[in-house]
Design a protein around this ligand. Structure first.
Ligand SMILES: [Zn+2]
Length: 287
């Protein structure tokens, strides 16, 4: 019986090999168009786009432009992107992802000790909350139409310079933790937090790590995250408009003091929010 099952398995594994080989194109077959971005950035292909694809993932263009968000942990290397034009033409380009080393943040004497030595109960709580969040932020084959515009609005106004800690590799009292998924902004408690675009509230939560948190879906697979709030002014499923107050800055969850944590997921990729706050024509272009 064992041999009977081993044969199909071997066939399956062998069947995978040509797919891997295809990703390494010979030089003569290299697409003429190309773009290079670092981990956590967004590439752009402007003009007459209808649909966009990065390897096996695909999504609609936004106002005729394709955006290719690159997760901060996407392996550095070469990938194929493509676009279907409004005229029906399929074009491909090479996407080179370069490594962006993470900033090291060592947080010592963290005051909330429950976050340094996390109890089994809190580990279980955080795991189940992670599952709840993942359902909202993960890549989806079907997305709602985009209702946002770029650049997005400011999550607080005025917006101070960020802490520069997007993607940071962190330790708490010497213990390594997951990478930092957003940008922290030094803003005092009570300041209004604003939705950066039109959208729909897809999750209102009070989570172990993120504290009081709001997740907004802006269509086209773009989800923004606002953490550590003192209070929340919106409900699940509520429609919000760009600049609408959704809560107030606070210090709930794993924080040393009040600030706004602003995060962005686009087609499941965790990207530096700063790239949505700049003029989109300043993003790396396919050319
Ligand atoms: Zn943060």
């Amino acid at each position: 019986m064992k041999a009977f099952f081993l044969l199909p398995l071997a066939g399956f594994c062998l069947g995978l090999l040509p797919v891997t080989a295809q990703t390494r194109r010979p030089a003569s077959d290299t697409p003429a168009k190309a773009v290079t971005v670092a981990q956590g950035e967004v590439a752009r292909w402007a003009g007459n786009c209808r649909r966009c694809a990065l390897e096996k993932r695909a999504w609609p263009a936004v106002n005729g432009t394709c955006y290719y968000p690159v997760d901060m942990e996407m392996k550095a290397g070469e990938y194929t992107i493509s676009r279907r034009t409004t005229g029906g033409k399929l074009e491909t380009a090479r996407l080179t992802v370069t490594e962006k080393p993470c900033v090291q943040e060592d947080i010592k004497n963290f005051p909330k000790k429950e976050y340094v030595n996390v109890s089994p109960q809190n580990q279980a709580r955080a795991a189940s909350e992670g599952t709840e969040v993942n359902a909202v932020i993960r890549y989806k084959d079907e997305v709602r139409p985009a209702v946002f515009d770029l650049p997005v609005g400011k999550p607080v106004n005025p917006l101070p310079k960020g802490e520069g800690n997007f993607g940071a590799c962190r330790t708490f009292d010497g213990q390594p933790r997951d990478r930092h998924t957003g940008q922290d902004y030094p803003v005092g408690a009570g300041k209004a937090v604003l939705s950066v675009g039109n959208g729909r509230v897809v999750l209102v939560a009070d989570h172990f790590y993120s504290g009081k948190a709001v997740y907004i879906d802006h269509g086209n697979g773009l989800v923004t995250e606002y953490f550590h709030l003192q209070s929340i002014a919106v409900k699940d499923d509520q429609t919000v408009t760009k600049g609408q107050k959704i809560g107030a800055v606070g210090e709930t969850g794993r924080v040393t003091g009040p600030h706004l944590h602003f995060g962005v997921r686009w087609h499941g990729a965790c990207i530096n929010p700063g790239f949505l706050l700049v003029d989109p024509s300043d993003l790396p272009q396919v050319q």
